[in-house]
Design a protein around this ligand. Structure first.
Ligand code: PLP
Length: 246
């Protein structure tokens, strides 16, 4: 089995972050390696503390992961600081041919910040161009672009295209934070028709669904699926989390 390297933060509540990534990869029987960027103390209601790890430790974990076994895809989640963004961009520069799924984690559902403003700038300037797939939700897309929240489909599409201009090969703009009985995610690429994944809208209370989606997509890409198939299967998996409480 081809392995996935997950790069991100821990969440002491166990709902999101690396713990969620590893559970997701286990579900898909995908071997996982991990590089921790930050330790967080969180409850479901608040982010109580964030301890960013030094860039050299982040780089060392990534380098050790590549020395351990063959890696077929990478999933990036919480980075926390500009230094962490830069450390990851440097460490991955020589592995840019691998599929990289980048979940631009900015705030927890509780509202606590998980990437500071300088980190956000560095993410746009130094990391987006390495990504095969960027998976923002509606508030993250607006924050990355420094613009208003998209209020309708046309605005969502325009924001996805604007994010593409920063260099990722594809953008999956997740519509979960919108309104209406259904939520659509838009998969947007430069030279392919827009693909839409629609499902019944769920409450936003479940933690770690963004982490699970991005990790599940990385598992699919590692197994050789194309982007459409990997996104479709990952969406099904995340929907199943709402049926079985885990
Ligand atoms: N905490 C960490 C460490 C994360 O990586 C993420 C998301 O990727 C979150 C929290 C946010 O999860 P939620 O939206 O469920 O709060």
């Amino acid at each position: 089995m081809k392995a996935v390297l997950v790069i991100g933060g821990s969440d002491s509540s166990g709902g999101a972050g690396i713990a969620r990534d590893l559970r997701t990869l286990e579900h898909f029987a995908t071997p996982a390696l991990c590089a921790l960027t930050a330790v967080t103390a969180q409850s479901d209601q608040e982010v109580r503390a964030v301890f960013p790890l030094p860039p050299e430790i982040i780089r060392a974990q990534i380098s050790a992961a590549f020395a351990t076994r063959e890696i077929a895809a990478i999933k990036i989640g919480m980075l926390g600081t500009r230094d962490a963004v830069r450390a990851v961009a440097q460490a991955l520069a020589s592995h840019a041919k691998l599929p990289i799924v980048l979940d631009p984690v900015l705030v927890a559902s509780s509202g606590g910040a998980l990437l500071d403003a300088q980190g956000r700038e560095a993410l746009c300037a130094e990391l987006l161009a390495l990504a095969t797939l960027l998976t923002p939700n509606i508030p993250e897309a607006a924050a990355l672009l420094g613009t208003e929240l998209a209020a309708d489909d046309a605005a969502l599409l325009a924001q996805a295209r604007a994010l593409l201009a920063h260099g990722p090969e594809a953008v999956l703009l997740k519509g979960g934070h919108g309104s209406g009985p259904e939520a659509s995610d838009l998969l947007v690429r430069m030279h392919a028709p827009v693909r839409r994944f629609t499902a019944a809208r769920r409450a936003l209370t479940k933690r770690g669904t963004g982490c699970a989606l991005a990790s599940a997509i990385a598992a699919g890409l590692a197994a050789g699926a194309d982007l459409d198939a990997a996104c479709e299967r990952a969406k099904e998996y995340v929907s199943s989390l709402f049926l079985n409480d885990h």
